[in-house]
Design a protein around this ligand. Structure first.
Ligand code: S3P
Length: 183
């Protein structure tokens, strides 16, 4: 297993970006966020790209960026929630580094997502946030469809009931033995 890349997967709002940035800082590696890299490249938000290109084309672009970003060493890469579930992405990700699945329950995900307007999967056709029951149903269905990929991570780490500081401390403790850290 490659010990110079830490890759974070998990559903939207499970903490991939937030934890990725802090963990990378703490271990002295570079943090990369796949969504943010794509947004910066096109000068457009993921929501805009979804709307303009459709999901299929977005996924092709996402796969291309994934391959590029996985070339560097000593990186923490935060994936998008769906990245791991498309075409060859899963195998490439597994081969490239130490994979952590950040788990959160559908209720927790809903609580964290409900005021955000930048997640295209959870907007109605007229770009309004979804109603609670509908959103939780959609999160539950999507999460269980994706579970078969997420669950094959090297480590499953729950961010459900922990605050960010506690998650960072515990996560670093658990991943340290598997990474080639500079002393
Ligand atoms: C998606 C998750 C988003 C983003 C896009 C699609 C998904 O990333 O890539 O909206 O399919 O779950 P985050 O998980 O960082 O929100």
């Amino acid at each position: 297993m490659n010990r110079t890349r830490l890759i974070l997967t998990g559903f939207m709002a499970s903490g991939k970006t937030t934890l990725g940035r802090i963990v990378a800082n703490s271990i002295g590696w570079l943090h990369k966020d796949l969504d943010k890299i794509i947004e910066a490249h096109f000068s457009k938000s993921i929501s805009e790209l979804f709307k303009e290109l459709g999901e299929e084309k977005f996924r092709e672009i996402e796969s291309d960026f994934l391959v590029k970003e996985l070339k560097d060493d000593f990186i923490v890469l935060s994936l998008g929630g769906g990245t791991i579930t498309f075409s060859e992405n899963f195998k490439k990700i597994k081969d490239a580094g130490y994979l952590v699945y950040l788990y959160s329950s559908p209720e927790k995900i809903y609580e964290r997502l409900k005021f955000k307007v930048d997640r295209p999967m959870f907007q109605t056709i007229d770009s309004k946030p979804m109603e609670k029951n509908e959103a939780i149903k959609k999160i539950t269905a999507l999460l269980s469809a994706r579970e078969k990929y997420y669950s094959q991570a090297d480590l499953i780490f729950s961010t459900n009931e922990k605050n960010v500081g506690r998650s960072v401390d515990l996560l670093i403790k658990q991943i340290k033995p598997f990474l080639e850290l500079k002393s």
